[in-house]
Structure formats: structure tokens, C-alpha cells
Design a protein around this ligand. Structure first.
Ligand SMILES: Cc1cc2nc3c(=O)[nH]c(=O)nc-3n(C[C@H](O)[C@H](O)[C@H](O)COP(=O)(O)O)c2cc1C
Length: 362
């Protein structure tokens, strides 16, 4: 599937405005999600073989997940499983509905296989999101794989009230997903990343855990631009506040060197960079977290994963699960299956029975 997508479909999609293509694709996947025949057809093409992972009390059919930001409105919840993903992270969702930043706000740096985005948490708010999830649950189309929700802070909420804002969203959604990710690392909401500071983050952890009587796994998503010292403070807190894991990483505000004039123009846009140029830094962060926590705190690795080699790199650096966003835009809808098959092949050739045997080995 990779070759026909890249040679035939991608050139047509990439000739159009990036957000328009995204909206159209999600709309189509949303329609497909409602149609059993189409869902079965997609599953026949894209379903991934089993490569089970058990983590924070949840059973994942394979370690390849859909990253936050792709299905922000929960329009296609059933389809991610049919496309071979072992889990999905929906959202980001904020307590208040908000339109996000003005368009254009997604840009492709094609030569570098990267994206710059400054979406700014466009979403219809936690209560409407909850309603949408209830509709999916009632439709009997809810996927069998674990579903997570990414929580952001509403733009109009001042930083001092952030904990309350996150807690409101969590209360509205806590019974509707299997795990939650606190996003304090998006570069597109003014001041948000200051919430990665120790005292601000502690307040958020405490507020959420107070609401978390059913002990849902709560993870925190970190920026690749943090220093190791700042990261270590978060790890200490995570341990003290029963945080179930770290999602590493979000997009970066840094930009790679390039001689490509088109990429230079894209890199001058404000926003977070994802895709291939992010890969090495996010792996470095994962390796550091694994080392600091002696492998005791589960890591979901995300950033620049395009194929099984990239996935293997993240897992051997310390990630127990991985996620994809930009890789799917560049490689196409078969990416989850291709990665799972590639991981299984590597495991077979090395005589490895369980994926956990390679976590944090390099
Ligand atoms: C258009 C776009 C929107 C995103 N929205 C979110 C979001 O709402 N919440 C979040 O935590 N991460 C968001 N991300 C970050 C991704 O989940 C992921 O961490 C990042 O893109 C790195 O992975 P990748 O290189 O596979 O894309 C977004 C990324 C993109 C490209």
C-alpha cells in the first residue's frame, strides 16, 4: 500500500491545502466508520497481526497507536482499529469550546517529511466531546482496543486556574476512555508549556487524581525542548503523584538546518514541528526517561516514526508503546500494519518472543 499511496494518492493530496485535505479525509473516515461493509473492507486491507502489549492494566493488541491531534473531534473512533492501530488517543480536548488559531495553521515541509502546525486546540469542548463519545458507545461501534483522551487547557483560562480547567474536562470524560494524557507541552497555546514547571504541574496532578476515584491511568505528555533537568523534575513528580506514564514527545519549537528554500519558508512559520526532523530528539528524551526511572515508568514514544526501524529505535530506547501522526500523512494508511509486521519480522529473526524484551535495551 505504501508505494501506490506515495506515488499516486499523495501527490494529489499534497497539491491541496493541508487542513482542507485533513478535514476531507476525516469526514470520509467518519462516514466509513458508520458503515459496517466499508469498515470490514478497510479491516481486510489494513488490519495488523497481533503483537500484544500489556501496560498500566490495559491490553493493547499491538504497540502502534494513533497520536493525539489527528482525530480531534472523535469523528472516526471505530476506524483506527480497522486501520491496524493497537490504540488511539483522541483530542486534544479543552474544557471550553474554542476555534483554535486562524487558518492557515498546518504547513508541510515535504523535502524534510515534516509538518509545522499551530492549530491551537481547536475543539468543541469537553462536554460536547463526551456527548460524541456516548453516541459512539451507543452505536455498538466502539473499538475493542484501548482509547485514550488528550486533555489541553482552554485558551481563555488563566494559567493560575489551569488545574481546575483540566479537572473539569477530566470529570466530564473520565468514564468514557481507558486512559488520559495531560498535554502541557503544546507550543500553540500561549504559556501552556510553563505548566511543565514543578509547582504548576503538581497542582494539576493533584486536582486530577482527586477526581480519579476509578484509578484510570493518567499520563503526561512532554515537550522535546525541555532540558534533562526540567524533565527529571517532572519524573520525580510523576512518581509522587501516581502518574502512569510519560508520552514523549510533543512537537518541537526548534527548526533543523536546511538548504531547501520551500522548507525554509515553512520553518519560518510559528508552530510546532513534527515528523522526521523530530525523530532523534524524541528518541533522546525517551532514552533519558528510561534511564532515570530505571525503566519503571512506562513511556509512549512519539515523534518522527515512519517505519519499523524508527519504531524499533523508540522501543529499544525505552518506549513500551509508540504513536504515529506525521508518518501517516507521508506513508499512508497502511503504516500501522507495516510497522507491526516489520517489528514481528525483526523479533522472529532475533528469536525474541515478547516485545517487552527489547524495551530499553539500547
Ligand atoms: C496537526 C497536528 C495537531 C496536533 N495536535 C495535538 C494535540 O491536540 N495534542 C497533543 O498532545 N499533540 C498534538 N499533536 C502532536 C502529535 O500528537 C505528536 O506528538 C507529534 O506530532 C510528533 O509525532 P509525529 O512526528 O509522528 O507527528 C499534533 C500534531 C499535529 C501535526
Amino acid at each position: 500500500m505504501g508505494w501506490p499511496y506515495k506515488k499516486l494518492v499523495r501527490p494529489i493530496l499534497f497539491a491541496q491545502n493541508a487542513e482542507r485535505v485533513h478535514d476531507f479525509t476525516l469526514k470520509m473516515l467518519g462516514h466509513a466508520s458508520h458503515n459496517k461493509f466499508v469498515c470490514d473492507f478497510i479491516r481486510n486491507f489494513f488490519a495488523a497481526p497481533d503483537l500484544p502489549v500489556e501496560l498500566f492494566g490495559l491490553k493493547f493488541p499491538n504497540p502502534v497507536g494513533l497520536a493525539a491531534g489527528l482525530d480531534k473531534f472523535a469523528v472516526a473512533v471505530p476506524i483506527w482499529e480497522k486501520l491496524g492501530f493497537g490504540f488511539c488517543e483522541l483530542g486534544g480536548v479543552t474544557w471550553q469550546p474554542q476555534p483554535g488559531n486562524p487558518r492557515p495553521r498546518i504547513f508541510r515541509a515535504v523535502a524534510d517529511e515534516a509538518i509545522v502546525n499551530r492549530m491551537g486546540f481547536n475543539n468543541f469542548g469537553a462536554e460536547a466531546f463526551a456527548q460524541k463519545l456516548v453516541e459512539w458507545k451507543n452505536s455498538n461501534r466502539w473499538p475493542k482496543h484501548p482509547v485514550g483522551i488528550n486533555l489541553g487547557k482552554s485558551k481563555i483560562t488563566p494559567l493560575e486556574k489551569a488545574a481546575e480547567d483540566y479537572a473539569n474536562s477530566f470529570r466530564a470524560l473520565r468514564d468514557l476512555a481507558d486512559f488520559f494524557v495531560i498535554n502541557v507541552s503544546s507550543p500553540n497555546t500561549p504559556g501552556l508549556r510553563q505548566l511543565q514547571d514543578k509547582s504548576a504541574l503538581d497542582e494539576i496532578f493533584v486536582a486530577l487524581q482527586q477526581e480519579n476515584s476509578s484509578r484510570k491511568p493518567i499520563l503526561v505528555k512532554v515537550a522535546p525542548d525541555l532540558s534533562f533537568e526540567a524533565l527529571d523534575e517532572i519524573l520525580e513528580l510523576a512518581n509522587a503523584r501516581n502518574i502512569s506514564g510519560i508520552v514523549a514527545t510533543n512537537t518541537t519549537i526548534s527548526r533543523p538546518q536546511t538548504n531547501d528554500v520551500c522548507s525554509q519558508k515553512i520553518y519560518s512559520e510559528a508552530g510546532g514541528l513534527s515528523g522526521k526532523p523530530l525523530r532523534a530528539r524524541s528518541t533522546e528524551i525517551i532514552r533519558h526517561i528510561f534511564k532515570q526511572t530505571k525503566g519503571k515508568l512506562p513511556i509512549i514514544g512519539v515523534g518522527g516514526i515512519f517505519n519499523a526501524d524508527d519504531a524499533w529505535e523508540k522501543i529499544s530506547a525505552g518506549a513500551s508503546l509508540i504513536q504515529i501522526y506525521t508518518g501517516m500523512i507521508y506513508e499512508g494508511p497502511g503504516i500501522a500494519k507495516e510497522i507491526v509486521c516489520g517489528l514481528r519480522q525483526r523479533m522472529d529473526s532475533k528469536g525474541i518472543k515478547n516485545l517487552s524484551e527489547i524495551v530499553g535495551t539500547v
